[in-house]
Every structure is written in structure tokens, then in C-alpha cells.
Ligand binder design. Structure first.
Ligand SMILES: NC(=O)c1ccc[n+]([C@@H]2O[C@H](COP(=O)([O-])OP(=O)(O)OC[C@H]3O[C@@H](n4cnc5c(N)ncnc54)[C@H](OP(=O)(O)O)[C@@H]3O)[C@@H](O)[C@H]2O)c1
Length: 243
């Protein structure tokens, strides 16, 4: 199915990394894209570059989220906004408010986005939802809180397939490994920790993830690509010290 059989798309976390790459990919395919993020300047830049529409907000503002999203019809939703704190600090490391932020954004907001866009998709009996999971939902990587949040997305994705059976709405979960984005900017206590964590290996680029999503979106209408796991060649979770 050509991707431009779809007309409209929502991308959350669209001002950086994987969300920005998805926005570019969708705009290159001539879709109308609403790019949601909390960073106004970065949103303006991606809008100038691609011609997407923008919605600057904190995705945890639930009332505003429903107000904005229920007023529109989306054919594609890339439920992507997410973050990690304290990647090398173990379970007890991140401060309580950082734990809350991970759960509120990675799980709570992702659920509310889905609940806001799904009624219109059901009414039109059409659409494609892409959930941004992580390999952290599948393998113990030493990031327990983040893994728990992405485990919730994995479980949600399995349930959504059941929820949507009998409709023409498709659902895809993407499980990336390490990808070069802004994600690793805020995830560590300092640069030294970050560099030790990510150095010496070639990581995925955000466009690799957007390519995988494009594959799922372009599949024939009777095909549902349920799950795609992508890692750098050097990353074999659980089998090396570069988890
Ligand atoms: N990069 C990886 O290795 C990797 C691997 C597996 C899965 N993922 C997942 O991929 C998704 C995209 O992450 P990325 O790697 O592209 O990271 P990124 O470059 O940091 O992009 C995420 C964007 O979402 C925004 N965001 C975070 N919280 C928000 C909020 N409350 N309201 C509105 N926007 C918010 C971020 O803003 P801030 O910069 O202010 O946080 C950022 O602009 C996430 O769900 C992440 O968990 C990433």
C-alpha cells in the first residue's frame, strides 16, 4: 500500500531524534503532519525544514491533550514521546520525581494519546498506530524503571491488537536498540558517564527507525506488521557487556 494512501499524521516527541526523522519521512511522502513536542524552537526548525504543523505542549497536560487531539482526524499516529533518567544508576538511583516523569510520559501520556485518537479512527474504520517501545522491554539491560515503562508499552501493544481485531486499523510496535538521538543527553548524571556508556560502538541513526516504520506503513492493507526489533550490529542484549 503506498504510504500516501494515508493523508494525515500525528508524531509526538517530534522535535528531536526518532520523532523528527519520522516527521521528515512522512512529509517526504506528502502527508500532513502535526508535530507535537515541548520544545518551541526545535519545533519551529522542523516546521521550517519540512512544512509540518506544530503543537507545542507538555504531553502530560492531559486535558489540553484531549482537547487538541480529539478535534482532528489522524490516519497515522506515531506515539513516540519518551525519555529516560539515570540510565546507569540502577533501580534506586533516579530521584522520585524522575521516576514519575518516566512513567507519566512513557506510559501515561502514551495511553492518553491513544485514547484521544482512537474514537475517530474507529469511526472511520481506518488508521495505523505506531507505538515506540524499546528492546528494554524484552531484555534486562540494567535500566529497571525505564524497562518497566517500555514493558507497559509492549503489553499495551499486544492488547491493542486484540482491541482492534475486526477493524481496518493497524498497530505496530517498534523496539529500537541504541540510537543516536537527544535521548542520551538527559539520561546521565554527567558527560563522562554518557561517553563511557555510548562510546566505541556504531549506533543506529533515527532515520533507520523511520525506515522501519515506513516499511510497516507501506505494507499491503491485509498485512499488520506487529513488532519490529532493531539493534546496531554490535549490540546483542544480554550476550555482551554492551547491552
Ligand atoms: N534513542 C534510543 O536509543 C532509543 C532506544 C529505544 C527506544 N527509544 C524511544 O524512542 C522515543 C524517542 O526518543 P529519541 O531517542 O528520539 O529521544 P529524543 O531525541 O530525546 O526525542 C524525544 C523528544 O520527546 C520530547 N519529550 C519528552 N518528554 C516530553 C513531554 N513531557 N512533552 C512533550 N515532549 C516531550 C523530548 O523533549 P526533551 O528533550 O525535553 O525530553 C524530545 O524532544 C522514546 O520513546 C524513547 O524511549 C529510544
Amino acid at each position: 500500500m503506498p504510504i500516501h494512501a494515508y493523508r494525515t499524521a500525528l508524531v509526538t516527541g517530534a522535535a528531536s531524534g526518532i520523532g523528527a526523522a519520522c516527521t521528515r519521512m512522512l512529509r517526504q511522502n506528502d502527508l500532513d503532519v502535526l508535530a507535537l513536542d515541548r520544545h518551541g524552537e526545535r519545533l519551529s526548525a522542523i516546521s521550517t525544514e519540512t512544512g509540518c504543523d506544530i503543537l507545542q505542549m507538555d504531553i502530560r497536560q492531559t486535558d489540553q491533550l484531549y482537547q487538541e487531539l480529539t478535534a482532528r482526524d489522524f490516519d497515522i499516529v506515531i506515539n513516540n514521546a519518551g525519555l529516560a533518567h539515570g540510565l546507569t544508576e540502577g533501580f534506586l538511583g533516579p530521584a522520585p520525581e524522575k521516576v514519575d516523569e518516566m512513567i507519566e510520559v512513557n506510559v501515561g501520556a502514551a495511553l492518553h494519546v491513544l485514547r484521544a485518537v482512537l474514537p475517530s479512527m474507529k469511526e472511520r474504520n481506518a488508521g495505523h498506530i505506531v507505538e515506540m517501545g524499546s528492546i528494554a522491554s524484552q531484555y534486562p539491560l540494567g535500566l529497571p524503571v525505564y524497562s518497566a515503562s517500555k514493558g507497559a508499552i509492549h503489553s499495551l501493544s499486544r492488547s491493542m491488537r486484540m482491541e482492534l481485531v475486526g477493524t481496518r486499523i493497524r498497530h505496530t510496535e517498534i523496539l529500537p536498540g541504541r540510537t543516536v538521538t537527544g535521548f542520551f543527553e538527559n539520561s546521565f548524571a554527567n558527560d563522562e558517564e554518557r561517553n563511557a556508556f555510548i562510546s566505541g560502538h556504531r549506533m543506529l541513526g533515527p532515520e533507520d527507525i523511520a525506515d522501519a516504520i515506513q516499511y510497516a506503513l507501506q505494507s499491503p492493507p491485509h498485512v499488520n506488521v506487529s513488532m519490529i526489533e532493531l539493534t546496531p550490529v554490535d549490540q546483542i542484549p544480554g550476550a555482551t557487556n554492551w547491552s
